[in-house]
Design a protein around this ligand. Structure first.
Ligand code: IMP
Length: 424
């Protein structure tokens, strides 16, 4: 982007396998923006934002809701679990966050219903991806199969028949896994009638927030309002460009921000890639930089609080991985980088980064889609002082690190004059 160009719309994307600390960056930056938007993923994501003494965990609602100046939009690409969204709303009320006029939910969001969670559990038992079991993948499958139920359907005359169709379809799938399930399903997943009653109650609770968020965003951008778009997960979990099949079901790369909001690519002024100073991943799948020394990885896990905010699972720990970041820089088309958790590595004696990979065909210093990460035999590590990671990224990736987050608190963030100038 041009040196002096102002940023009206900023897109935040995770550069690794999620959990880079995007929530904190968005929470910090949203004081400069009018709208903060979640556009993909669902309750599989989660971030904890520390505000003073309080720790607030959000799964679906963008963290911008914690800033009074900022409105929060859950746009059409987000998959909503009614129970979880209700809990988040309660959590905001409990913490005296005023949001009644600042929360907007797209009428086009698809819903996670109890049978989606059941299918997720059965499917992952057989084909181990290590999903969060939150039902996001099956809800996306139903969406693509044109059998999904959207927020707007709750308010339509058709709701009963849509639920019946979805329940019947889900039973066909569930019976592929558990032959006798149809005989006992009443005990295991709620009936179509129960789901209907529940959605009616849910509809009443959220109706004041439901709107056409594409139209809202279009109008607001056209009249000069500033928007921050908050990606969930990270490039390596993207359904197209990630480590397929060990990925999530939505687009966590920049394309997701377009289909997931209805904005145009022309609306995005800049993309900020968020890089954690080491790598983590939850669930199965290749992880070339994974630290084999369990004592060391346990220490980083403990100090860095590397446990899933949705499932509580311990995250796998690895070093910063340059061949992989060169790839995500290209997929993410990053203009800038935000570096997070740069304080954590200071607590261990020596830290490293992955300089290159060794495969049967030779050395590789940049991943591309023809490479199977499973085929990497070895990685070449180099020592790095935690304070030098910022320089390393700038030199090796040729992108400016404009944010450095040094701890969990709001005031433990350094932001460059250049970025401040562009967003103020
Ligand atoms: P799903 O999104 O629940 O279907 O899970 C698919 C894969 O994505 C699993 O490896 C999950 O651990 C991973 N995943 C999904 N959401 C997140 C996230 O927010 N952070 C980290 N990993 C995630």
């Amino acid at each position: 982007m041009g040196k002096n160009r102002k940023i009206q719309t900023l897109l935040i994307i995770g550069a690794q396998w999620g959990d880079e600390g995007k929530g904190k960056i968005v929470d910090y930056l949203s004081k400069y923006f009018d709208y903060s938007v979640r556009f993909q993923g669902g309750p599989n994501a989660g971030h904890t934002v520390v505000v003073g003494e309080k720790k607030i965990v959000l799964h679906t609602i963008p963290s911008g809701i914690l800033r009074e100046n900022c409105c929060a939009i859950i746009s059409n690409g987000v998959i909503i679990d009614p129970d979880i969204l209700e809990k988040e709303i309660q959590e905001l009320r409990k913490n005296n966050v005023e949001f009644e006029k600042r929360l907007f939910i797209s009428n086009l969001c698809h819903l996670i219903l109890p049978f989606h969670k059941k299918i997720d559990e059965l499917s992952d038992r057989e084909r181990k991806i290590g999903t969060t079991k939150m039902g996001v993948g099956p809800a996306v499958e139903f969406k693509v199969a044109r059998r999904g139920i959207r927020i707007k359907d709750i308010f339509s005359q058709n709701l009963k028949s849509l639920i019946k169709d979805a329940v019947d379809y889900s039973l066909k799938i569930i019976c592929l896994y558990e032959k006798d399930f149809v005989n006992s399903h009443n005990e295991k997943i709620p009936s179509a009638e129960e789901i209907y009653d529940k959605l009616m109650r849910f509809g009443e609770k959220i109706q004041n927030f439901v709107t056409d968020t594409q139209k809202l965003l279009r109008n607001e951008i056209d009249r000069g309002k500033k928007v921050i778009l908050e990606g969930a997960q990270g490039i390596m979990l993207d359904i197209e460009f990630g480590t397929y099949p060990f990925v999530t079901s939505t687009n966590s790369s920049p394309g997701g921000a377009i289909s997931g909001t209805g904005l145009s690519p022309k609306d995005i002024d800049a993309i900020l890639g968020v890089v954690k100073s080491y790598s983590t991943r939850v669930g199965m799948g290749p992880f070339p930089s994974e630290i084999k020394d369990e004592e060391k990885s346990e220490l980083i896990r403990k100090v860095g609080g590397e446990y899933g905010s949705t499932t509580g699972r311990p995250r796998r720990i690895g070093w910063l991985d340059l061949p992989l970041l060169r790839y995500s820089k290209k997929i993410g088309c990053f203009d800038f980088i935000a570096l997070t958790k740069s304080d954590i590595l200071k607590t261990i004696k020596e830290s490293f980064y992955v300089k290159k990979y060794i495969t049967a065909d030779g050395e590789i210093d940049e991943v591309d889609s023809s490479l199977n990460l499973e085929d990497i035999k070895e990685v070449v590590l180099e020592k790095v002082e935690p304070d030098k990671i910022k320089n390393l990224l700038e030199n090796e990736l040729n992108i400016k690190v404009v944010i450095n987050s040094r701890g969990p608190e709001r005031n433990q963030i350094d932001i460059s004059e250049e970025l401040l100038e562009k967003i103020s």
